[in-house]
Design a protein around this ligand. Structure first.
Ligand code: ADP
Length: 493
């Protein structure tokens, strides 16, 4: 596809062909030079007057500077959220609350193009992903939870429910806008107010969302967005007037948060790391499975905690699957995230690239065989070629730990029992995938796999109506669907 060679034509120009560049127009998005904090419906300067740069990981150019919120700023945001909760939001008829949330959903749709461009500029993901997945799914979450706002009696029949109060929400860099929607929509639909902190490398779409929220006329203080790094997150976690912490990020920080809130009345939902096993049985439609594996790990640069980065292939078809995977990664287009042809964009940050490189070295040292696409990489920015490891042992670190990059570790198995035991032998349990022609095998596998989501003959499919969340070190609590309402409510009587 991308680089098929022409053997017959003898022309005066390069005979290899590829897609002509099809870049999305950067000027369709407005990024301010500097962003303040969104507190109580207004833009407020950080009290320490500190800002940090946010850069484009595809070329390392500065995009904007973002306020660094300290404890006093977080305190102001929590006070605004508390005030809005007590005086307005919890008293407002649920149907009215729903109308605001519907409005935010519609406004995200109206500004979808701009949001997608900014997501790709700030985070490095291909515009195809941000345009076709992140932004529409974010809007869908607001639509979905707007619908629930006045129907909680149907969600929990014969139970009376009440909101928790102020929710502190901390999100990572892999799905900046979508994670903000995952967190904010169910919280405010159930009558809570919010202080949200985006990740320090990807604050811009959350700040754009703040602009949308301001324009929507949502009462002041219902949603507050503060930017900063770990210290700002810790200030939210430790604030005494917060009732609920919702966190998505690393298992390491999840554990710090759990320790910090132990012994307090704060409730928590933690969505942590993952290492998703994708299992191809010999009876699977192989081409479809190969494409599903590629989609599950490479189209998102492996930047998804449920990326299918751990592939088990039944021995009898392993050779064929590996050959097809190698062919397919050779055709993946790596480059400008804003180009509509790009399959794999930039790695989100230098630090993340260093982590990926560290694991590539570990994989080689452990004796696995590495295969990388021969594509050329841009000179500036943070890039990683799509990579396969074969001859991987179950105990290898690349098979056990979360890499968060376009790196696939391939292992083989012979029997169902063997693969279940191997795939469940992980500290994580967020998601898994099964590829087989047999419905009975799908049911058998999904029952025995210790993973929050098991996809069958597909991968990485999300819908606001279906719950998501993990087992073991992948965290606890469910987000999405009816299940996603419960962590924001007290059920009384
Ligand atoms: P990742 O490895 O995905 O970047 P992190 O857990 O480091 O995950 O970060 C996820 C989010 O948690 C980010 O918004 C980050 O700023 C925030 N964070 C980092 N350290 C802390 C902390 N000690 N307390 C609260 N939030 C934190």
């Amino acid at each position: 596809m991308a680089k098929a060679k022409s053997n017959t034509l003898k022309l005066n120009f390069d005979t290899s062909w590829s897609y002509a560049p099809a870049p999305e127009n950067k000027s369709a998005a407005t990024i301010k030079k500097q962003y303040d904090l969104f507190i109580n419906g207004d833009w407020v300067k950080p009290s320490g007057n500190k800002y940090f740069d946010t850069i484009n990981p595809a070329n390392e150019e500065k995009l904007s500077e973002v306020a660094d919120a300290n404890m006093a700023d977080v305190d102001a945001a929590v006070k605004a959220a508390r005030n809005a909760y007590e005086k307005i939001w919890k008293k407002m008829p649920a149907k009215e609350r729903g109308k605001y949330i519907f409005r935010i959903a519609r406004m995200i749709q109206e500004k979808a193009r701009e949001l997608a461009i900014i997501e790709s500029l700030d985070g490095g993901k291909p515009i195809r992903e941000s345009r076709d997945f992140d932004v529409p799914t974010a809007a869908n979450h607001f639509f979905y939870y707007a619908g629930w706002a006045d129907k909680l009696d149907y969600a929990f029949p014969n139970r009376l429910s009440e909101p928790l109060g102020v929710a502190g929400q901390i999100i990572p860099w892999n799905f900046p806008l979508l994670m903000a929607a995952w967190k904010i929509a169910p919280a405010i639909a159930t009558g809570n107010t919010v202080v949200l902190k985006p990740a320090e490398t990807t604050s811009l779409t959350a700040l754009k969302l703040a602009e949308i929220i301001q324009e929507s006329g949502l009462p002041e203080g219902v949603v507050n967005i503060v930017t900063g790094a770990g210290a700002t997150g810790a200030a939210i976690v430790n604030h005494p007037d917060i009732n609920k912490i919702a966190f998505t990020g690393s298992t390491e920080v999840g554990k710090i948060i759990q320790r910090a809130i132990a012994g307090t009345n704060k409730k928590a939902t933690l969505e942590l790391g993952g290492k998703a096993a994708n299992i191809i049985f010999e009876d699977a439609p192989i081409d479809q499975a190969v494409e599903g594996v590629i989609n599950g790990i490479f189209f998102n640069q492996g930047h998804v905690c449920c990326s299918g980065s751990w592939l088990y292939v039944q021995e009898s078809v392993a050779k064929e699957v590996i050959r097809k995977l190698k062919d397919r990664i050779e055709s993946l287009i790596v480059g400008d995230p804003l180009d509509k042809n790009t399959d794999i964009g930039a790695i989100n940050s230098r630090q993340q690239l260093e982590t990926i490189d560290k694991y590539l070295n570990i994989g080689k040292k452990e004796g696995a065989e590495m295969y990388q696409s021969s594509c050329s990489l841009p000179g500036k920015g943070f890039w990683c070629r799509p990579t396969l490891f074969t001859n991987v042992a179950q105990s290898n670190r690349i098979a056990q730990e979360e890499i968060f990059g376009p790196v696939l570790a391939i292992l083989t198995f012979r029997t169902d029992d063997e693969v279940i035991e191997k795939a469940n032998n992980s500290p994580y349990g967020l998601s898994a995938g099964v590829w087989t022609d047999k419905g009975s095998k799908i049911f058998n596998m999904t029952r025995r796999m210790r993973a929050g989501v098991v996809w069958a003959n597909t991968f990485n499919k999300f819908d606001p109506s279906s719950p998501f969340g993990g087992y073991k070190e992948s965290g606890f609590g469910r987000e999405g669907g009816l299940h996603g309402l419960l962590p924001y409510l007290n059920l009384i009587n």
